[in-house]
Design a protein around this ligand. Structure first.
Ligand SMILES: NC(=O)c1ccc[n+]([C@@H]2O[C@H](COP(=O)([O-])OP(=O)(O)OC[C@H]3O[C@@H](n4cnc5c(N)ncnc54)[C@H](OP(=O)(O)O)[C@@H]3O)[C@@H](O)[C@H]2O)c1
Length: 399
């Protein structure tokens, strides 16, 4: 458990070199300036490939521990770059060091900002150790949501969502009302108005060009296929312990309403703000305190027009897939998540078409034998199987 005083927060940021990691550092710098009650320290950071950025952040945050999770990158690190890491920081290498840092006694808060299933073990280690976990790495909940719930119940870990939709729902529920329906909003991504044929022909650049959010490559592709929303349906199912039938998705192209909760009394509560991840990150770090934010605010006294539209599930088959996985639970999340990661990688390598990504997820889901309860080892085994299954399918299909 944490050894820091109540007036000090010691944060580890895993995935510090990425989009969420960068926004987190900016939030902590902001809190350092404005939060008179708490001393904010970055105890540790991690990066995987981006050594330049990792060295720069190590200097900027004065982190004591710096983890480079890819040993191959460390082996090729030029001496000139090694010299750019602050002498006071200990540089450690390999994925095991992520787990050590996440569970370290000196850390009270983990920002889980690694992309994909690679963030699973470290996020689970922090949950097992009873930390506050600001969870951006939605894939952990998708793969092992049931285990996360059980583990956090036992350890007392506090899970604070960073995903803007889930942070919004969390805030809507804070008033204590009884929810009847959770409505996740979705921007619709770059292909909101595209035909299936246009999506079939989509280039990598078109798929990466998100209209309202600036994000890492994997989540940008997920947003374009709407697999991101599918993963978020599953994330919401576990995070808020609600059945899939309680969740709905609406397209909201302006990305101002981040999600809504319909209460049993008939009122609907929504959270609104400009699309900027610094807000949900700050919320997760400072909850239950609400401190002045670093982000611009909406001026709702100015005229504005927003819309809410249903999802066209024929063009975006990821959405029914997400509901199905959230509903059956068990091993389905691990399989679909792994298939999606494998298929996104193939698309980014130019080896499959954009519309094949969700097809690959559907095929992996249908070819696996569903189990309602599975250990972490079994989930990881199925993760490996699903990735291989997608590669076999791609080779068979002869794209
Ligand atoms: N970006 C957003 O606005 C946003 C919003 C909501 C939720 N999220 C979620 O937040 C997570 C991070 O997204 P992102 O957009 O910040 O991604 P990103 O910009 O691609 O950053 C990913 C981070 O993970 C590290 N990483 C990559 N592969 C790794 C591996 N195998 N092992 C350990 N570390 C690895 C990267 O290191 P290097 O860069 O050094 O290679 C980088 O620090 C995702 O789960 C995403 O779904 C993101």
């Amino acid at each position: 458990m944490s050894s820091s005083s109540p007036l000090e927060r010691r944060v580890a940021i895993l995935g510090a070199t990425g989009s969420i990691g960068t926004a987190t550092i900016s939030v902590i710098e902001h809190l350092t300036r404005i939060d008179a009650e708490t001393t904010w320290r970055v105890h540790g950071i991690s990066g995987h490939h981006n050594l330049d950025r990792l060295a720069e952040i190590a200097g900027r945050t004065a982190a004591c521990k710096v983890v480079l999770s890819d040993p191959a990158v460390a082996a090729d690190m030029p001496d000139s770059l090694a010299g750019r890491f602050p002498a006071a920081a200990s540089l450690e290498v390999g994925p095991d060091k992520l787990v050590e840092l996440a569970a370290a006694a000196e850390v009270d808060t983990l920002v889980a900002a690694i992309v994909g299933r690679a963030g699973l073990e470290s996020t689970l280690a922090a949950i097992r150790a009873g930390k506050r976990v600001a969870i951006a790495n939605k894939e952990t909940l998708v793969v092992a949501g049931g285990l996360v719930r059980e583990m956090s119940r036992r350890s007392g870990a506090e899970l604070l969502p960073v995903d803007s939709e889930h942070a919004a729902i969390f805030q809507c529920l804070a008033g204590g009302g009884i929810a009847r329906r959770i409505i996740l909003t979705a921007s619709g991504g770059p292909f909101r108005q595209a035909t299936i044929e246009e999506m079939r022909q989509a280039t990598i650049e078109q798929a990466l060009a998100h209209p309202t959010w600036s994000m890492g490559r994997k989540i940008s592709i997920d947003s374009a296929t709407m697999m991101n929303k599918a993963l978020e349906i599953i994330e919401a199912r576990w995070l808020f312990d609600c059945p899939a039938e309680m969740i709905a998705v609406m397209i909201h192209p302006q990305s101002i309403i981040h999600s809504m909760v319909e209460m049993v009394d008939g009122s609907t509560i929504a959270q609104l703000s400009p699309p900027d991840m610094r807000l949900p990150i700050q919320h997760a770090l400072t909850h239950p305190r609400c401190l002045p934010g670093a982000t611009p605010t909406l001026d709702l006294t100015e005229p504005s027009r927003w819309s809410l539209e249903p999802v066209d599930t024929e063009r975006f088959p990821a959405i029914p897939l997400g509901f199905e996985v959230a509903s059956v639970g068990g091993t389905a999340g691990a399989v679909v998540n792994a298939a999606n990661e494998a298929a996104v990688a193939l698309f980014l390598e130019g080896r499959i078409r954009f519309t094949d990504i969700v097809t690959a997820c559907r095929i992996a889901l249908e070819n696996h034998h569903h189990e309602s309860n599975a250990t972490l080892d079994r989930l990881l085994e199925l993760d490996r199987w699903a990735r291989e299954e997608v590669l076999r399918w791609q080779e068979r299909s002869n794209f």
